[in-house]
Design a protein around this ligand. Structure first.
Ligand code: ARG
Length: 233
């Protein structure tokens, strides 16, 4: 995704789930609006964002698409000022949408594909290092990470119960997603066919020996996604 307000640059990934819709992390497309003592999270201005499709290279090829709607998950929250929860949003592509979707895994498939030790493939144009001013990658990068089961990921030494059942952990210390990868896919394969399982959501630094990456479990939101795409919302 591109953001006109931020130097016309790449800032997050997204995944096509319907000819006219992409899914991304809600924290990529939300703005905090202060209200009283706290704040509420509202969708960003869709006119300031675009989606680049059809190329693996940011600087070349593909098409830049306008967005007509941003729908945050109604239960998207930032818990304890740092953990995005229900970190998922849908974006509607406005002009002549004819995108080729990546199928989302069913809840049953996800059960098997997200068991402790299973491998998932992650993709993104994010930075190679954690830090304030690192460049994003011009070419799409990918790597494989192993799922860390929720009970292990929630131990005191790791995320101390912060990982809910709509998230999963993957990649501990050898490979990871990083800044600018948020909203991009974690994919599982069944007989060589790719299925969407997760979205890059949060972590502690990148490739941190003590902490895996945390992903939104998209398969927990199949009902919500279908309701919006099929116009029942
Ligand atoms: N929040 C980051 C982003 O906006 C993604 C962080 C993922 N971190 C990790 N260590 N896996 O792109």
């Amino acid at each position: 995704m591109k953001n006109t307000a931020r130097q016309n640059g790449h800032f997050c990934g997204a995944v096509v789930v319907d000819p006219a819709w992409v899914v991304t992390a809600a924290h990529c497309v939300a703005t905090a609006i202060s209200s009283g003592e706290g704040y509420t999270l509202a969708p960003a201005d869709p006119e300031k964002l675009q989606v680049l499709t059809g190329t693996n290279v940011l600087s070349r090829g593909g098409s830049v698409r306008q967005i007509s709607r941003i729908i945050l998950h109604p239960e998207f929250r930032i818990v304890n000022q740092q953990v995005p929860t229900n970190d998922i949003a849908l974006l509607k592509i406005s002009d002549a949408p004819n995108l080729t979707p990546l199928p989302i895994a069913s809840a049953d498939q996800a059960e098997t594909m997200l068991a402790d030790g299973e491998g998932v493939r992650i993709f993104g144009w994010g930075t190679a290092l954690f830090g304030p001013n690192n460049p994003v990658s011009n070419t799409l990068l990918y790597t494989f990470v192993d799922v860390i089961g929720r009970s292990k990921c929630n131990t005191n030494a790791i995320f101390d119960a912060a990982v809910t059942d709509t998230m999963f952990c993957a990649g501990l210390g050898y490979s990871d997603s990083c800044q600018g990868d948020s909203g991009g896919p974690a994919v599982g394969y069944a007989n060589g066919v790719p299925y969407l399982l997760g979205l890059v959501s949060w972590g502690v630094g990148c490739v941190n020996r003590g902490f895996p990456g945390v992903y939104t479990n998209v398969t927990k939101f199949n009902g919500w996604i279908n309701a919006i795409i099929n116009n029942r919302y």
